[in-house]
Design a protein. Structure first.
Length: 104
């Protein structure tokens, strides 16, 4: 599971078929309060072939889901019939960079 879309790097280089793969997703639970966080690391590759060739990512992005976003995507009831990585992809697709991204 991954996402594919275009991205312009800070250097100005545009990747038209950038391949985005979640490389880490974890939940940080505070058992004494309602302050839970999902942390998602997304590796960005030039394209799907670069990932398959095990090249290094050109960029690693980090996203956090807190509060209402956490409840919408990562609360216990959301994970019962799914898993954290699948839910993280649903979460990412709400972010501007990934709106309209293709599932690959």
């Amino acid at each position: 599971m991954a996402l594919q879309t275009s991205i312009t790097l800070e250097s100005g280089i545009e990747l038209f078929n950038a391949y985005f793969k979640i490389t880490q997703a974890c939940l940080k639970l505070d058992l004494n309060s309602d302050f839970n966080i999902a942390e998602i690391h997304v590796s960005t590759f030039r394209d799907q072939q670069a990932r398959q060739d095990q090249l290094q990512p050109v960029l690693v992005l980090t996203y956090f889901a807190r509060g209402d976003e956490y409840k919408q995507f990562f609360d216990y009831d959301k994970l019962q019939d799914s898993n954290i990585v699948r839910q993280a992809y649903f979460f990412l697709k709400t972010k501007p960079l990934f709106q309209g991204a293709s599932d690959v």
